[in-house]
Design a protein around this ligand. Sequence first.
Ligand code: ADP
Ligand code: MG
Ligand code: ZN
Length: 628
Amino acid sequence: MDQQQRKQVGFSIWYFLLALLGIWLIQIFFVQPFLLNRSEVPYSQFRQDLAAGRIDTVSFSGDRIVYTLKPEAAGGDGAGTGEAANAMPVIHNVVVVEDPNLTADLIAAGVTFSAEAPSNNMLVTLLAWALPFLPLVLIWYFMFKRMGGGRGNVLSVGKSKAREISGELTGITFDDVGGAEEAEVELREIIDFLKSPERFTAMGAKLPKGVLLVGPPGTGKTLLGKATAGEAGVPFFSLSGSDFVEMFVGVGASRVRDLFQQAKAKAPCIVFIDEIDAIGQSRSTVGAIQTNDEREQTLNQLLAEMDGFEPNNGVVIMAATNRPEVLDKALLRPGRFDRQVQVPLPTEPGRREILAIHTKNVKLAPDVRLDRIAQITPGFSGADLANIVNEAALLAVRRNGQQVTMNDIDLAIERVVAGLQRKTPLNDEVRRKVAYHEAGHALVASLLPTQDPVHKVSIIPTAKGALGYTLQMPEEDQYLLGEQALRERMAVLLGGRAAELVIFDELSTGASNDLEKVTQLARRMVTEFGMSEPLGPVRYVADAGMGYLGGRSALRPELGPETATRIDQEVRQLIDAAHEQALELLRTNIAVLHEIGGVLQEKEVISGDQIKQIVAGAKSEPVEAGTH
Ligand code: ADP
Ligand code: MG
Ligand code: ZN
């Protein structure tokens, strides 16, 4: 596709150069002789020249008379000053005047005269007139080409970039999608329809025109779209919302028109609009003016197209978004994207399936257990899992291994979770502090039953700048957290700082990230979850379409400053309580803290099992541990 497009561009440049050459030649042979040696004279002068017998030839062309003087006569002619020395005949131009006797006089004077076809002259005049604009046109042409990113020439600016990939060619089916059974069931109906629309039409059934796939990034929405086309064996037209929004106003709308025209010609087929939020954002809540105009036009065109074609014409429109809440309500009305299919993050069995799909062509060592990987990766999307498998394979290649081992996978998970490992060693004092900090997190987490078990503690710095990290992994997917669990989560987050206080009686900068998380959590408990007694079950934050992206939300604007102060006080109180709890736990288990901290300094990394052993050992022999 790309190559073919490049060829087209090449062709147009050759045509262009050819035209340039042609214009140049015309100018040399036709325009120049006319332009040079030419002078405008009054009709009376023409009459005088004629009467004096100085005229050699006369040519009528359009509303002008062009005449040449006899060579011997040119010298004495006043109007032709300076041109006489020229080898070329002197040419004079005269505007035609109503003169019935002229022809007779010309014949009498024995002058050769003729009439030129006016069109010929027109062409020359036109060229002579257009020539000065050529550089401008050239500049314009190349500027547009630049702006288009070299993706084609200016003439195809409005042409849709939708590429037709036939379903059979992509070869993607539901076998390539893991852990999305529910979405697949919903899409089956669409597939049946695309396979034999006449059955549905005969029954008088109307199918939804548009299907909106909704889910967090990387959960396989695009993949599901392709698989739907693949299963039905129909062409798949795909365009991303951001493709529509380009720099020329009106281009987006014409793209939409074009896309639907192409699609209708190829029906049955699927039109897939990825990241539809880029054009489909609510029209009322927009800020800047210019880009919105463009986006609004595009959106309106899309709505018009969707309304314009009759149902059951065989075109099914699918769209994907991870921010359904920002979409314009008009898009979700009946007759448009009236069906939504949820594509959530995969559950554990789903993750196992996805891993199986992506490890199909990977050489796995016998010790690799996909179910174990699936177990420790809740919250990971299909794209994350695909990434982990690929990372692991890369690691195996780098160490010249024959197979991908469980260790490669563990390392790959860490990379995806905590960034790349850096190898620069830290000085002993910093190491000691980091070790106790992480030990504090790990110990508090291990001592609190509501908290996810510690999977791994490390004081190997990550590429993202963390000096160490404590990785907790839930044993099962959690959808609902109790207040107790949230409070204790704060204690875990504060465990690092508490350990620094208990051991060194001094704080460091290492806890700033923890504090950020704690503050955010406490704030949400107060303002969103209604977990503060004095403030009650009231939502205090403004609704800002954050969706899956999360992030901080602002307080409702109508709230007064006293409320803001009380919220701050409540947040403070929650955090203080959690800090107390962490300090208390660490003080009573200080021997275990020393043990974990010591092992960490020595080994840099402790596994979850080892932590469990240390904590359990301390519990069964409290006296001995206490004397440590
Ligand atoms: P989305 O469009 O939801 O952001 P994509 O479909 O672009 O996600 O997924 C990106 C890649 O992640 C896919 O090409 C595929 O390799 C992998 N992937 C995501 N979800 C799944 C899944 N459910 N099954 C298999 N692979 C998946
Ligand atoms: Mg996608
Ligand atoms: Zn920390």
